[in-house]
Design a protein around this ligand. Sequence first.
Ligand SMILES: [Zn+2]
Length: 91
Amino acid sequence: METISTVTKFDKIKNKEKGFIVITTQSHEFNIIHRVSCSYIMKKHFIKKMDSKVKKGDYLWFDSIDQVKQEFSDLRDCKQCNPLDRKLRFS
Ligand SMILES: [Zn+2]
């Protein structure tokens, strides 16, 4: 797991197009998982989050879905990129 703390790092991870990004919130009730390639992962959103006067969360990068599941038990699936594949989860 890596915390994406700078724009340089954000670009590097986006360019690799590999792995998953979890966007955390202060409440930890609405942590959302995305694929790195997801169109919802945008630099302007990242910069806005990093710029907040009271930082409310992080962008975390994970190599594999198994690593994510070790760290978080409760995640919201991005509706755009569907990384957790809900169809399988409820079978
Ligand atoms: Zn997504």
